[in-house]
Structure formats: C-alpha cells, structure tokens
Design a protein around this ligand. Structure first.
Ligand code: FES
Length: 59
C-alpha cells in the first residue's frame, strides 16, 4: 500500500489502524504513527490524513 506520509514512510494502512484506535485528529495520528511530523510538517500529507480521518473515524 502506498505511503501517505513520504517524510516518515507511513502507509495508509498504518494511519487507518491508528484512526480506528481513536486517533481522530491530525495531531493524534502524528503522535501514534509519526505521520505528519517529518521535515515538511505535513505539507505533503496533512490533507490526505484529514481525509482518511473523515472516512474512517467512528461516527
Ligand atoms: S510527508 Fe508527511 S510530514 Fe512530510
């Protein structure tokens, strides 16, 4: 599966798992997986992470 966060090499699968475990903000996903905490600080991945949160968080 493609990496969502290129800086940290975090896959979409890893991010979806973190969301299902309760990380439902960009910051929480970052704490759990490292995604969004690389040198670009989410410039390349934040939008995708926020879309995944919307799609996968428990409603
Ligand atoms: S691509 Fe995610 S922090 Fe840079």
């Amino acid at each position: 599966m493609a990496n969502v966060c290129l800086c940290k090499g975090v896959s979409e699968e890893t991010i979806i798992k973190a969301i299902k475990e309760g990380a439902i903000t960009f910051e929480a996903v970052g704490e759990k997986t490292g995604a969004g905490t690389g040198v670009c600080h989410g410039a390349r991945c934040k939008q995708t992470i926020e879309r995944l949160i919307e799609e996968h968080k428990q409603k």
